[in-house]
Design a protein around this ligand. Sequence first.
Ligand code: GKR
Ligand code: MG
Length: 432
Amino acid sequence: MTDLSTALSLAEVRLTPVLIADPPLLNTHGVHQPYTPRLIVEVVTADGITGVGETYGDAKYLALARELAAALPGRRVDGLNGLHALAARIPGSGAPESGVDVGGQRGVQTADKLRLSVVSGFEVACLDALGKALGLPVHALLGGKVRDAVEYSAYLFYRWAEHPGGAGQRDDWGAALDPAGVVEQARRFVRDYGFGSFKLKGGVFPPDEEIAAIRALAAAFPGRPLRLDPNGAWSVATSLYVARELGGVLEYLEDPTLGTAQMAEVAAATDVPLATNMCVTTFPEIPEAFAKGAVQVVLSDHHYWGGLLRTRELAAICRTFGVGLSMHSNTHTGISLAAMTHVAATVSDLDNACDSHYPWQTEDVITRRLPFEGGRIEVSDAPGLGVELDRERLEFLHRRWLDDDGTHRDRDDVAAMRVADPDWVMPAVPRW
Ligand code: GKR
Ligand code: MG
């Protein structure tokens, strides 16, 4: 039998960029492209144990991930805290960039955030391998679960029936472009997955139309928690108007306006709680936002907080300051859903259901998709994350990435919108 040190030593790291199908979901920047890039990270120990992780797959993430992958062999899968220092030593990985938005609604992108997102994929892969080596689930490595299932909310999107020009894959959801369409979509989420709360991605239509959609949801699902997230598309005045119109109806308003100062202005003038995955996305952003009372709920995303351990650090800070914690998501596969579920299972005061894009993803890289039951995902007690890589699917989705002419290798919702509307440009902020 090999000693533990050898067993935990990293022999190989494999990176596989993939393109996964995405429906034509609308947001304030534009529309999702037919395919979204994700990066699948595999770490292999000297004993041949493989751990898997996932992160954003755009070219910038991939470039940094390749450098980190090259630096890892010889280190140990339990050296999780050291991953951050290692990544920071890669030239260019810590320098602030020029404030480029890399295509999601995650606020201004900096090299720091990019690095943390890359590290998160490696950290999850190492935790998966470590758990398998020790015969323990990832939640046990994080201190143990405090719940057996994690609640998610339905993530409703305005959407078209198909991508412009019929590109990509078709699904049978149909279009949802008005209150009736949104309610119909919500009914299907309840029927198929049992979700008990709803988040609507807003910032797509003028605020009165989105207010009407939320009211229609409230009428169709009395008493269920509702959230509206325009990704910072509104001015302070518009945010306060929406808060007045929907006061008493919303569980919280998510990123109604951009930036800590404006969020604080809104928060000071309404009783509707504000949540964010845009103005508080890194530790240095916390002091000002909490001191100003700008947010009442931080929506963590382990990808950009730098992994599962740091998500728990965030939870401790939020607890200390009486700020709520929940999770938001981006287009992702079952690997990230498993990682979200493990860490969420360990956070005692998770008062709001997490959200996940997962139901919109029909393609996956794991052999058995994680099922939502009663809107919840059961927390796996199997060693590691409890998911198994489907190598054939991985190869297929990687082949799609290899064959792509570059159109989909970087997420670009503005460019995708331009296919339908050649005059479309990134909307000015605030849009309303
Ligand atoms: O996928 O269109 C989208 C979302 O808007 C996503 O990019 C955001 O990161 O879901 C996210 C959010 O809550 O802001
Ligand atoms: Mg959001």
